[in-house]
Design a protein around this ligand. Structure first.
Ligand code: NAP
Length: 284
């Protein structure tokens, strides 16, 4: 079978179109559209771009966005006050705090101040705990975006061996949890993993979540493996050497146009769920 491209651009558009339609119905029945608040602390140019993309995506589906920009010198207490105000605001359905914050900020305390019912980016400790326990919550956007791609293409991870390279709290770890929820047998790799290439060679599903360009080499890939590349590095390359590895795969995500566009679509989707007063439906 020729390798199949997992088209995140197409699926994210499909998700956004359906969100748009739902919001139109909400509005025509007299309800307010969902609202996502984005908080940007400081002047990190990459973060400014990401927030601008999220605001634009909100508008494209008819959502309201409140963009809050705080100075580089903001203290943790000042940030917490903003988050508490948004938690209290009944018109705000989702809160996104753009990562990374300047170093003086206790980022974990700030994330964890977000009300679980508004944690549409899936970043709180409580959300992660619920995800780990298989309890409904909002899910971290990039991992859930990869899960939705698998579902769209009818790929069932059950019984498959999955190797997730990277264990960050927002990406690698939750992706491993989600794959385990879907009954894959999961190995989590990190910077101290020994014989990484051998571990990856055993995998039916490989997740690149390292943050190093083309780090996972094509000759580590087992023929027929499913390749999910969450990495996004300068030069428009991911964490997997996809230019060569795709030929060996059964399914693969391109970079760009694979996992990346799914992240924002999931953020909007979970904001819509919040406006409808429910969490993200179970995976199975
Ligand atoms: P991160 O917090 O820097 O984590 C990187 C992970 O890779 C760590 O767990 C680290 O291990 C592991 N690692 C580093 N060097 C390694 C090595 N030599 N061998 C094996 N593992 C190694 O990064 P992140 O935030 O998870 O992001 C990873 C990538 O995903 C980046 O390219 C980022 O741009 C991308 N990303 C994309 C989206 C999107 O919307 N598409 C969203 C989030 C992230 P240790 O734990 O041992 O340090």
């Amino acid at each position: 079978m020729a390798p199949i491209l997992l088209d995140g651009k197409k699926l994210s558009q499909k998700i956004k179109d359906s969100i748009s339609q739902e919001i139109s119905k909400m509005v025509s029945s007299g309800k307010k559209p969902p609202k996502l608040a984005t908080i940007l602390v400081g002047n990190n140019p990459a973060s400014e771009t990401y927030v601008a993309m999220k605001v634009k995506a909100c508008h494209s589906v008819g959502m309201i966005s409140e963009k809050i920009e705080l100075p580089e010198t903001t203290s943790t207490q000042e940030l917490l006050q903003v988050i508490r105000r948004l938690n209290q605001d009944s018109d705000t359905h989702g809160i996104l705090l753009q990562h990374p914050c300047p170093p003086q900020i206790d980022e974990r305390a700030a994330f964890d101040a977000i009300d679980l019912k508004k944690d549409v980016d899936g970043v709180t400790t409580l959300s992660f705990g619920k995800l780990s326990m298989g309890v409904e919550t909002y899910l971290p956007c990039t991992p859930y975006g990869m899960v939705l791609l698998l579902k769209e293409y009818g790929i069932n991870p059950e019984g498959k061996s999955a190797v997730v390279v990277g264990r960050s709290a927002i990406l690698g770890k939750p992706m491993a949890m989600l794959l385990s929820e879907m009954n894959a047998t999961v190995t989590i790799c990190h910077s101290r993993t020994q014989n990484l290439s051998e571990v990856v060679r055993q995998a039916d599903i490989v997740v690149g979540a390292v943050g190093k360009p083309e780090f996972i080499k094509s000759d580590w890939i087992k023929p027929g493996a499913i390749l999910l590349d969450a990495g996004y590095n300068p030069g428009n390359v991911g964490d997997i050497e996809i230019s060569k590895a795709w030929e060996k795969s059964s399914y693969y995500t391109p970079v760009p146009g694979g996992v990346g566009p799914m992240t924002i679509a999931v953020l909007l989707l979970q904001t819509l769920y919040s406006a409808k007063d429910h969490f993200t439906p179970p995976l199975k």
